[in-house]
Design a protein around this ligand. Structure first.
Ligand code: ZN
Length: 73
């Protein structure tokens, strides 16, 4: 999505996961209902001798199965 230089050196790269559906790890029901999007930082990525901070924006889904104890995943 974007890339920018950080004030203390290094570079931040932001990417988004393109998942539109996922299966609940508890009940296995596939859901397309996005609850929210979370930002996950992946640190200590060195590319070509430069520090790279990778930020991945990924969806958190609502489980579609009413009887499932897990609400989001
Ligand atoms: Zn579930």
């Amino acid at each position: 999505l974007s890339a920018c230089d950080l004030p203390l050196g290094g570079r931040r790269v932001t990417a988004a996961a393109n998942s539109v559906e996922a299966a609940c790890p508890d009940c296995g029901v596939v859901s397309t209902r996005v609850h929210q999007r979370t930002r996950q930082k992946v640190k200590d990525l060195g590319v070509g001798g430069k520090d790279i901070e990778l930020v991945i924006i990924k969806p958190r889904f609502l489980c579609s199965e009413a009887a499932c104890a897990r609400r989001t995943f």
